[in-house]
Design a protein around this ligand. Structure first.
Ligand SMILES: [Zn+2]
Ligand SMILES: [Zn+2]
Ligand SMILES: [Zn+2]
Length: 130
């Protein structure tokens, strides 16, 4: 009986990432290409984080700071990282106080300047304005 070299059992190169796979060398390449424990880049280019393929969907849906979430006040899709800013700017409310806002008018331009400053010689006098 003759034992082939190809039947040597190896473990996955991502075993350090908790992959439990062990198999014959001839299956090795096919496994590592599609291994769930291989790290892949997040689908959001701004994030750029590498996560295991097995946890990518979790990352994208509940962890990524660049995932889209629905604003509770206007139901629009907002990047999670900017949600707090969106709520305070669009709804004039702080995030913790959601629910106390009853003036939810929409249609306001979102890029309206918050501060109106002329920028000339107003800076000195604004200190003693009142
Ligand atoms: Zn593996
Ligand atoms: Zn991400
Ligand atoms: Zn909103």
């Amino acid at each position: 009986m003759r034992r082939e070299v190809a039947s040597v059992v190896v473990s996955c190169i991502f075993s350090s990432e908790d992959c439990p796979w062990k198999g014959e060398v001839r299956h090795f390449e096919a496994h590592t290409v599609g291994c769930d424990f291989q790290k892949v880049k997040c689908v959001h280019p701004e994030c750029g984080k590498f996560v295991k393929r097995i946890s990518l969907s979790y990352h994208v849906e509940s962890e990524c700071k660049f995932r889209l979430v629905a604003c509770e006040l206007c139901q629009s899709q907002v990047v999670f990282r900017k949600l707090q800013m969106h709520v305070s700017r669009e709804h004039q409310a702080v995030y913790e106080e959601i629910g106390s806002c009853n003036d939810h008018s929409h249609g306001q331009p979102s890029n309206a300047p918050i501060t109106e400053r002329d920028g000339d010689d107003n800076m000195e006098s604004s200190l003693i304005n009142f």
